[in-house]
Ligand binder design. Structure first.
Ligand SMILES: Cc1cc2nc3c(=O)[nH]c(=O)nc-3n(C[C@H](O)[C@H](O)[C@H](O)COP(=O)(O)O)c2cc1C
Length: 398
């Protein structure tokens, strides 16, 4: 037989979330990258989210005969093929013009769901029309300045209900906007500051620039009519003028009274707060510090998880987000009491690098990594996961 003729190529496509992160950084202008990837102030919480996972190691078993094949979970009454949902991220159209529509389609093709942000580049109605499943939506509990109360919030809830969204996630950690200095230094302030140098920087990513100019999907489609710079600016002003530090548990009860489906509180790090939300009727809590974008100095989500799971697990669903980049991170979170996790930046990396296919590939990477991790641990099903599978990293000699 003659020798095979082939050319060596080191062009293996992206196979990890980090690979996608590197591609994403090269695909979008610096301003957009700062918005997607950076966090508040010195980014200690952003880093803490990530580092928390390395403090746990697995305590595996051998010859169990177990293989993890079924990763399905039920969240908000919906069966998902894996315990990973797409977290709400505003202005996903900046990462890729398909934005939240691309993300929701990727989620449903992968057998899971996305949570659509109030500050999305596509409206609740647009995403609902472009998808087959009923997805979840996120609500900022703003007070409407014009009436002094909840007119706008109520109309957002009613629109989402009419459009067929299954579950509502009320985000409670944005009383004011976090101090994202790195974003502001790169022009993503309120309002964004566009200089000739920044336009040039955008133009050096011609693929992004062409799509951006063609589709002009920035953000705020739930808040203003129309696309483009003026609409985006109006929506940013609307959003920031409606943040109300005085919002309180009565407002949460108002949201509950006006929503018929499963209800989640997003942005909880304290077990008493989690219990309070559940006592008021929350179906579940999302343990989250907004991906290190809000209160600098917040503890890592993973560090807040065990106490919250101990308090409300069993009465309510416990979700977590923040710093999850590997299937093994998902497994660790599940061992510490989470029912499922949400990912934010990872699917934005996928979108930025390769559109909806990239976002779907990110979910598939998580699926494969979760399965392999569990099988190598000797675990066959998600139900078996608990803290007995973990050891603190510094004492992991056994
Ligand atoms: C670019 C970006 C925009 C975000 N916008 C929102 C939003 O509109 N509403 C919200 O509740 N959370 C928002 N978040 C927070 C995410 O829902 C989630 O809590 C966070 O991204 C999880 O951390 P991770 O990015 O490390 O996975 C945003 C996060 C990012 C990165």
């Amino acid at each position: 037989m003659p020798a095979f003729k082939y050319k060596l190529s080191n062009k293996i496509g992206p196979i990890t979330v980090e690979d996608y992160r590197e591609l994403a950084e090269r695909s979008v202008p610096d301003m957009v990258w700062a918005y997607v990837d950076y966090g508040a102030e010195d980014m200690q919480t952003l880093e803490a989210n990530r580092n928390a996972f390395a403090r746990y190691m697995f305590k595996r078993k051998v010859l169990t005969g177990n293989e993890a094949t079924d990763l399905s979970v039920t969240i908000g009454g919906e069966t998902l093929s894996l315990p990973v949902l797409l977290a709400p991220t505003g202005s996903a159209g900046l990462s890729h013009w398909t934005g939240e529509v691309g993300a929701a389609q990727a989620a449903e093709n992968a057998g899971t769901l996305s949570i659509l942000s109030t500050a999305a580049s596509y409206s609740y109605e647009e995403v609902a029309e472009a998808t087959e499943k009923d997805h979840f939506f996120q609500l900022y509990p703003w007070a409407d300045l014009r009436t002094g109360r909840h007119d706008l919030t109520l109309s957002l809830i009613q629109r989402a209900q009419r459009a067929g969204y299954r579950a509502m996630f009320v985000t409670v950690d944005v009383q004011v906007i976090g101090n994202r200095e790195s974003e502001r230094k790169r022009g993503m302030g309120r309002p964004p500051i566009i200089t000739p140098a920044r336009v040039l920087n955008g133009a050096m990513k011609p693929k992004w620039w062409t799509a951006f100019l063609k589709h002009r999907r920035m953000g705020g489609r739930n808040l203003v009519e129309g696309v483009g710079a003026r609409a985006a600016m109006t929506s940013i002003n609307t959003q920031y003028s409606m943040m109300r530090p005085e919002l309180n548990w009565d407002d949460f009860a108002f949201m509950r009274d006006n929503w018929k489906g499963p209800l989640y509180i997003k942005g909880v790090l304290d077990a008493d707060d989690a219990q309070h939300a559940v006592d008021l009727g929350a179906t579940g809590v999302v343990v989250s510090n907004h991906g290190g974008r809000q209160l600098e100095g917040d503890v890592a989500s993973l560090d807040a998880l065990p106490a919250i799971a101990a308090r409300v697990g069993g009465q309510a669903e416990v979700l977590i987000d923040g710093g999850i980049r590997r299937g093994s991170d998902v497994v660790k979170a599940l061992c510490l009491g989470a029912d499922a996790v949400c990912i934010g930046r990872p699917y934005l990396y996928g979108l930025a690098a390769a559109g909806p296919a990239g976002a779907q590939h990110i979910i598939e990477i998580f699926r494969e990594e979760i399965k392999r991790t569990m099988t190598l641990m000797g675990v066959g099903s998600l139900k078996e996961l608990d803290s007995s599978w973990l050891l603190p990293a510094d004492t992991a000699i056994h």
